[in-house]
Design a protein around this ligand. Structure first.
Ligand code: DNO
Length: 350
């Protein structure tokens, strides 16, 4: 595996120096921020991330994310220009050494939680989604500010987006995903980039908006639209794993075996039933996922792609971007290193 860590750029309180001090750390996962989805990223900014990483002995070879504009997901007029810009961004990133680009196809909202600082008995805090809290939220009426949400929309725009997605439905969203992939995958292939689709988080409809990347059948369908190694997955264990119907280890075994995982997001969640869940420490015994079995699936398949410890709790008094502090993610990285080494050795490797 290529161990990686997400970095939010110069303003991130977690510095590249700290990241470089985590044992085994190789790659930085980042993006150009502050450019509207659908616009082209200035090359100087991509180059700046690369040289900042290199100054700390790290490699900038994973982008998370190049966001897919709503007009593309909705198939609105003008999408061709936006898709061309998307392809241009993939090519520009490749020019500076990027090998893997993560993105998602979730309408309006990226990842969704109902509370970002739920306190556990040990005093640590983490992100949770409680159905009870979700029922009380109305994105068209409330001022909601959660990290996965684009807050730049006006109320009127949100209302319009909801109406357009209701008219589009799941089938329309699939058609638009297909239209996007048929142009983006050949562009990625031609510059040696793996496109890694992040599943919907959580993997079920939120606020009545369609969500399609939710389960194994959906992943099969998506990968078969363009049957190329460049059309791959960012398999996020915590996103898929927060519903009991998804057998994450089996999915990892299958898609890693087929060489269709570009990137692994590794985190643990505690499933609470009724669709509610809590993010927990990475260790298997802390949540509902068997992380050792997932690592076993990767090692058995000879997985050589990118792996990053995903969201961490806030511990030891750290404050910062919810899910993206240093300490618990670093503990996650150390845990993954240990699991990986032990699994490789148990299989006779080194
Ligand atoms: C959350 C992240 C997601 C992910 C995007 C990929 O912490 O895993 O926001 O970056 O869905 O496009």
């Amino acid at each position: 595996m290529k161990l990686s860590f997400r970095w939010y750029g110069e303003g991130d309180p977690v510095s590249l120096q700290y990241i470089s001090q985590i044992p085994g750390m190789r790659s930085v996962v980042s993006a150009v921020y502050g450019v509207k989805p659908g616009e082209v990223w200035p090359e100087e900014q991509i180059a700046r991330i690369k040289s900042a990483c290199e100054a700390h002995g790290l490699v900038f070879d994973v982008v998370e994310s190049i966001p897919v504009p709503e007009d593309v997901k909705l198939g609105r007029k003008g999408r061709d220009r936006l898709i061309e810009n998307y392809c241009e961004n993939v090519r520009r990133c490749a020019k500076y050494g990027v090998k893997c680009v993560t993105y998602n196809f979730m309408p309006v909202f990226d990842w969704t939680r109902t509370q970002l600082d739920r306190e556990a008995p040990d005093g640590s805090t983490s992100l949770v989604l409680y159905q009870k809290q979700l029922e009380g939220l109305d994105p068209m009426a409330d001022d909601i500010a959660l990290p996965g949400w684009d807050e730049s929309y006006s109320r009127a725009e949100i209302r319009q987006l909801f109406a357009d997605y209701a008219a589009l439905g799941e089938n329309g969203l699939w058609e638009n995903a297909e239209y996007f992939l048929r142009q983006v995958i050949p562009a990625a292939e031609s510059c040696g980039v793996t496109m890694a689709l992040h599943p919907d988080d959580p993997p079920y409809p939120i606020f009545g908006l369609p969500r399609i990347i939710t389960c194994e059948a959906a992943l099969d369908r998506y990968l078969s639209i363009v049957d190329s190694p460049a059309n791959a997955l960012c398999l996020c264990t915590g996103s898929l794993g927060c519903v009991p119907t998804n057998d994450v280890a089996a999915m990892v075994r299958k898609y890693a075996g087929r060489r269709r995982i570009g990137f692994m997001h590794m985190r643990n969640v505690k499933i609470l039933g009724d669709g509610s869940f809590e993010e927990r420490a990475h260790l298997s015994s802390c949540g509902s996922l068997d992380m050792a079995e997932i690592v076993d699936a990767l090692v058995s398949a000879g997985f050589d792609g990118y792996v990053r410890p995903d969201h961490g709790r806030m511990i030891w008094g750290e404050t910062g971007k919810p899910g993206y502090g240093l300490y618990d993610r670093a503990l996650g990285a150390a845990y993954l290193n240990g699991l990986w080494e032990a699994t490789v050795r148990a299989k006779g490797g080194r």
